[in-house]
Design a protein around this ligand. Structure first.
Ligand code: LMR
Length: 405
């Protein structure tokens, strides 16, 4: 009977958001969940999304029939071009299989499920320490054991490159290596392209399997090509790999769950037949789990990606978001330095994307919540988008106080 079911803890991320919403303190600050906010701390519906929505609403031929099992083809094909590059050899050689998913989470899950079924030699998936908390439970849920590779250096508040390389070299052959394509969550620390090249060389030597999670393309730097450089490099090197792709952040379509899973087979003579067989198995998995994916978010993304003018407007919207975040990084660092807050703060401007890993301890993260009603995750991660010109003074002073205590 269900009496044996133990109580599970609340999801830390959504629990924090719920606590923030219930807090009535007038100057409370939400830097918890990774969702973009404008300078008034309000969600931002991208203007290009509004336009695409208008186009869809005025289309007399639109209905609510089922999507194909693999999703809307005009969406998945453009999604592949976006992450792999329109001129990708893998696309030209028909080595890519793309399946529309329930955003990035669904894509990671589908990939994990596929590997658990068809890569019987896979002992473990290696994730960065730290990583997005959900990675651990998605893989554990399909009985793929999770191990960690070092990633973040507490001393430099940057990449622990030597630690990472050593762990990847020591991992058993054919391990799955989960990599954040850009704007690492939660640290905001990315390898440089030269470092990616070294990482790729180790992965190749050890016959590991790269599993990219791409949730911030275009959102990190404002430049779509810069943000997919690592994935493109790996594909150029002839890896067989997968990519989980989310459109939650870069389209602001959080709740619409638009995402895609891409399986890229290596450049063998029969690669396109392999891709076809992979596609057939993914279709079975998809059918048994969600039958077919939801329409609205994918239709919005497809409308934008298939129209040159809307595509250009989207890139402008991306630059609006990424440059506001970069501004907030500069401002926060300047304010902390002005206050003479103990410690160094240059990592705030060196880190990239939605998050900054402040270096605050768990005790400090809890204290700042109690004392100043500032909501950050207990690992000291802040969502930069929660900061704006109205609350940054208050926020910097709260950090200053808790660091001195
Ligand atoms: C985050 O890390 O805050 C976001 O990716 C939201 C989530 O689902 O956890």
């Amino acid at each position: 009977s269900a009496e044996v079911v133990p109580q599970a803890p609340e999801d830390p991320m959504f629990g924090l958001l719920r606590a923030f919403k219930a807090d009535e303190y007038p100057t409370k600050v939400d830097v918890s969940i990774g969702a973009y906010r404008d300078n008034n701390a309000k969600p931002w519906v991208l203007p290009v999304v509004k336009k695409a929505d208008e186009i869809l609403r005025n289309d007399p031929n639109l209905d609510h029939e089922y999507a194909p099992i693999a999703g809307i083809a005009s969406f998945t094909s453009k999604a592949a071009e976006l992450i792999l590059g329109a001129d990708s050899p893998a696309i030209k050689e028909k080595r890519v299989t793309s399946v529309q998913t329930i955003s990035g989470t669904g894509a990671v899950h589908l990939g994990a499920l596929f590997l658990s079924k068809f890569f019987p030699g896979t002992k473990k998936v290696y994730v960065s320490n730290p990583t997005w908390a959900n990675h651990n439970q998605i893989f554990s849920n399909v009985a793929v054991p999770v191990a960690q590779y070092p990633y973040f250096s507490k001393q430099t508040k940057g990449l622990d490159f030597d630690g990472m390389k050593a762990a990847l070299s020591e991992a058993p052959e054919r391990s799955v290596i989960l990599l954040h394509a850009c704007a690492h969550n939660p640290t905001g620390v990315d390898p440089t392209l030269d470092q990616w090249k070294e990482i790729a060389a180790i992965i190749k030597e050890k016959n590991h399997f790269p599993f990219f999670d791409s949730a911030y393309q275009g959102f990190a730097s404002g430049d779509l090509l810069k943000d997919n450089a690592a994935v493109r490099y790996f594909v150029e090197q002839g890896f067989e790999l997968v990519v989980a792709q989310s459109f939650a952040k870069n389209f602001g379509l959080y709740g619409e769950r638009a995402g895609c899973f891409h399986f890229v087979t290596g450049p063998a003579p029969d690669a396109s037949e392999t891709a076809t067989r992979v596609a057939s198995q993914l279709a079975i998995l998809q059918r048994s789990e969600i039958s077919n994916p939801p329409l609205y978010g994918a239709r919005i993304v497809s409308t934008v990606l298939n129209d040159d003018q809307l595509f250009a407007e989207w890139q402008e919207n991306l630059r609006t978001m990424s440059s506001r975040i970069i501004e907030m990084r500069k401002l926060l660092r300047a304010k902390l330095e002005e206050l003479g807050t103990p410690g160094t703060w240059k990592h705030i401007t060196e880190q990239i994307g939605m998050f900054s890993f402040t270096g605050l301890t768990e005790a400090q993260a809890l204290k700042i919540r109690e004392e100043a009603h500032v909501y950050m995750t207990k690992n000291g991660r802040i969502s930069m988008a929660g900061l704006n010109t109205n609350n940054i003074d208050y926020f910097a002073k709260a950090i200053d106080k808790v660091v001195r205590e």
